[in-house]
Write a protein that binds this ligand. Sequence first.
Ligand code: OGA
Ligand code: MN
Length: 218
Amino acid sequence: MIEELEDERLLQKYEQIADRLSEKGYAIVDNFLEPHEVKNLLEVLTHHQEQGTFKKAGIGSADQFTVDKQVRGDYIRWIEPSQALPPTQVFLDRMNEVMRYINRTCFLGLKDYEFHFTVYPPGTVYQRHIDQFQANDHRRLSFICYLNEDWLPEHGGNLRLYLPKQDGSEEEVDILPIAGRLACFRADLIPHEVLAATRHRYSLTGWMLDQLKELTFL
Ligand code: OGA
Ligand code: MN
């Protein structure tokens, strides 16, 4: 019975994601992760930090890769699915379900996904950008799942989306990175930026691809 209720709850979340994505090109879903799931993922993140496996994030892929702290100040650790710890595996399984649901309803032909843990130290930003690489345009949807407990508006760190409007202007939407919230948007269409925060800002960030991950660097 409890399991059925949980399935129903998740299905509603998947439906929200798919509906809002197809209507508006983006979706914000609160309580996508339960508080205990956020806690478990934060523990994994802390473990990876203690092991020193986070790296300064760069810009662009392969041959165009550069690191510029003014443009992008976060540290990332890519998830290797075959080595994921149990809380990370639960998260990946959830994202796999999201992908299958979106494929059934939105026909995006998604084939794979890739995720990393992300840390923005206080004061760091990611300037306005879009997530599709010029050299590798297989990223169709961007997903960010926030892990920040007790986050308040005065802590800053908003994700700011610039939604293109019919008349050529843009509408700005600011999203606080609160624990359990999922932000998702079209990777090819929506410019966005990460504003500076006064606290460390933690998340899982990733993309759904229209090609298998092993093939995207060919
Ligand atoms: C990114 C990104 C947004 C966020 O990593 O490409 O835009 O809210 N992240 O962390
Ligand atoms: Mn981005």
